[in-house]
Design a protein around this ligand. Structure first.
Ligand code: 2BA
Length: 107
């Protein structure tokens, strides 16, 4: 058995978690904080059989892969005027650890 720790953005976590559940995985969601940006992110804990690890990674990748989105940004011209223009930002992405599980007990 393996334990997956999947760290992803808060925006992607609900859909990734739902998709995993729909595929039959048991998922626990933790509210976590990145040490570098000190911003909130989400860590999914998934315990599954060894042969399902790649499937879990595939599902997570489907809903949290790194992608580029165009968002509106504003700029000030120091004369009380603002302009809005689109900028490309990188969003999403997941960091996944796969650990061996020594023992799994449900009481
Ligand atoms: P990512 O490498 O995609 O990491 C996203 C989040 O995943 C991290 O948030 C952290 O919560 C977790 N994470 C990634 N690698 C990990 C590891 N080896 N062990 C434990 N947790 C891990 P943040 O720490 O807030 O980092 C956000 C982004 O800032 C990172 O994106 C990376 O692009 C950059 N970054 C992180 N640490 C850095 C550092 N020491 N120097 C420069 N850039 C850094």
């Amino acid at each position: 058995m393996k334990l997956l720790l999947a760290i992803m953005s808060n925006d992607d976590a609900p859909t990734a978690s739902s998709a995993l559940t729909k595929e039959g995985f048991s998922v626990t969601r933790l509210a976590t904080t990145g040490g570098f940006l000190r911003a909130g992110n989400t860590t999914l804990i998934i315990g599954c059989e060894d042969n399902l690890v790649e499937k879990a990674i595939e599902v997570i990748g489907e809903y949290s892969s790194r992608r580029t989105e165009v968002v509106p940004a504003t700029s000030s011209y120091d004369i009380g005027r603002f302009a809005s223009f689109p900028v490309e930002v990188q969003v999403g992405g997941a960091t996944i650890f796969v650990l061996d599980v020594e023992k799994f007990v449900k009481l």
